[in-house]
Design a binder for this molecule. Structure first.
Ligand SMILES: [Ca+2]
Ligand SMILES: [Ca+2]
Length: 315
């Protein structure tokens, strides 16, 4: 069903050749160093593609529980992927600045060293090797990889320390996929192209090294996957928290296999925050609409990172 719906919407994939009308990337300096500028525009919100525009009378597509691998869990099970109401609307986003890359572990380590804030750590056996930090020091050799094992609150604390904030979901959508009038299916254009993102596969174990990276990759390792505004790894590598939250109830979740929900440690109603852009643990090709993801705000996942944003300076 999902494939058919995507095919029906294929004609809405966006403009023609990738980068054909891409603006020059505008990089910040001084306190905006490491950020790129995104001019204001109208932007789509809500689930994309087939999920956003189902045939009349059709129930929202229920997404598969592919994120529920046991070693993913730190505070709950089967995070996210419940559907939201099908609301498709266009909103006006003001111009803003946003990090060119996901926040690196090197940058997060500097934050930890300066503030004494809690290091990335989860009480899970899988995390003991290569994932949990030694105080403010990330696993050796991963300094340029995106910080993960950070929940929504951690991400907000880091951005605030930098004098920034998380991007709102419409801001993220604009920065990675472009304005409503010329929205692309992928950050680089209308068509999927191998080698432009660090992706995984949908079947267990979800990792895939065919793109060169089994788990996280150094930020910016896929320059050909840049968005029109210069954002790197907008799709792939780490999922990215956004500021926008959603209330969701597990009672709304209608997975075909309800047994996956029986040992939930998450309350029946919880606060979720948007997480966008897929990760090394997911693949956009089966269903682009799965980009519209969300996780419980408390959850520290080995696939969840973030980048920060700032409003334009007042004139
Ligand atoms: Ca990969
Ligand atoms: Ca990413």
């Amino acid at each position: 069903m999902i494939v058919l719906l995507l095919a029906a919407c294929a004609g809405e994939g966006g403009p023609g050749a990738p980068g054909s009308a891409a603006p020059a990337v505008e990089r910040g300096t001084g306190e905006l160093a490491g950020m790129v500028h995104v001019p204001g525009a109208e932007v789509n919100t809500g689930p994309r593609g087939a999920i956003r525009r189902p045939p009349p009378g059709q129930h929202p597509v229920v997404l598969p529980s592919f994120q529920c691998a046991a070693d993913e869990v730190s505070t709950g099970r089967c995070p996210g992927l419940a559907h939201d109401p099908l609301v498709s609307k266009t909103v006006r986003v003001s111009g803003f600045w946003i990090d060119e890359t996901e926040v690196t572990r090197r940058a997060y380590g500097a934050f930890l060293a300066a503030t004494g804030y809690r290091p990335p750590h989860v009480e899970e056996p899988w995390a003991e090797k290569d994932w949990n930090w030694d105080g403010p020091v990330p696993p050796a050799g991963t300094e340029d990889h995106p910080v993960v094992l950070t929940n929504w609150y951690d991400a907000r604390e880091f951005c605030a320390w930098r004098g920034a904030r998380l991007p709102t979901e419409p801001e993220w959508q604009l920065a990675v996929l472009g304005p409503a009038a010329s929205e692309t299916a992928y950050p680089w254009g209308a068509e999927y192209a191998e080698g432009r993102m660090n992706r995984g596969i949908m079947a267990a174990p979800n990792y895939d090294q065919a793109d060169g990276w089994l788990t996280t990759s150094p930020v910016g390792a896929f320059p050909s996957g840049a968005s029109r505004y210069g954002l790197l790894d907008g799709y792939g590598n780490a999922w990215e928290w956004v500021e926008t939250v959603r209330m969701r109830s597990w009672e709304e979740v209608t997975f075909a296999d309800a047994s996956a929900l029986l040992d939930l440690r998450t309350p029946t109603l919880g606060l979720y925050a948007g997480a966008r852009g897929f990760s090394y643990f997911a693949d956009p090709r089966p269903n682009l609409a799965m980009d519209y993801n969300a996780f419980p705000v408390e959850l520290r996942r080995k696939t969840s990172g973030f980048r920060c944003a700032r409003a334009e300076a007042a004139p």
